[in-house]
Write a protein that binds this ligand. Structure first.
Ligand code: NI
Length: 183
């Protein structure tokens, strides 16, 4: 396995519609393994093929770890998904606002409204049909990654243009809010 280079804005591939995967061969398996390694190395929760300069409808996603009653992370509780040619076939009417970043837009964060739950049909890494029902943060990550396959980025969907920050500005605002809450 090897770590791939993650392309960042303004790379044109990030704005193009990716093509369906048709061959589930050795090259695809290697690409998927490399994408998983690249995502983990970058401490990301998702990575779409266009982000490693491959114009295919493919993404890898790793859910956030589950926490126990005391708020400690449960070991090995992250779930890894490989989705090929995914389609969102159902979306909840309920929307939720949340903060997103993107490995292709390093150093920034923005607030985006997403469907609270979705249903996704896709193929797994061997071309077998899968159907997933997703909720909360995992549903958010899926929506973000599937958008990448259509050249759509989270910055296109901000809840308001001003709800976009550098990581530093966001951390400062958070700290200030925490202080206000304490005093
Ligand atoms: Ni992204």
């Amino acid at each position: 396995m090897s770590v791939l280079e993650i392309v960042t804005l303004p790379a044109p591939i990030l704005r193009q519609k990716a093509q369906p995967v048709t061959k589930f061969d050795e090259n695809l398996q290697k690409l998927i393994d490399d994408m998983i390694e690249t995502m983990r190395e970058a401490h990301g929760v998702g990575l779409a093929a266009p982000q490693v300069n491959v114009p295919l409808r493919l993404a890898v996603i790793e859910s956030l770890p589950k926490v126990d009653e005391e708020g400690n992370e449960i070991e090995d509780s992250r779930e890894l998904f490989v989705i090929v040619n995914p389609e969102i076939v159902w979306k909840s009417r309920k929307m939720v606002d949340g903060i997103e970043g993107c490995l292709s837009i390093p150093g920034y964060l923005g607030e985006v409204s997403r469907h609270e739950a979705i249903r996704v049909r896709a193929l797994d890494r061997h071309g077998k049909k899968i159907s997933l029902r997703l909720q909360g943060w995992t549903a958010r990550i899926f929506q973000h990654e599937i958008d990448h396959l259509d050249g759509v980025l989270y910055i296109d969907k901000l809840t308001a243009p001003e709800n976009f920050w550098t990581e530093e500005a966001f951390a400062e605002a958070e700290a200030a809010a925490a202080e206000t809450a304490e005093s």
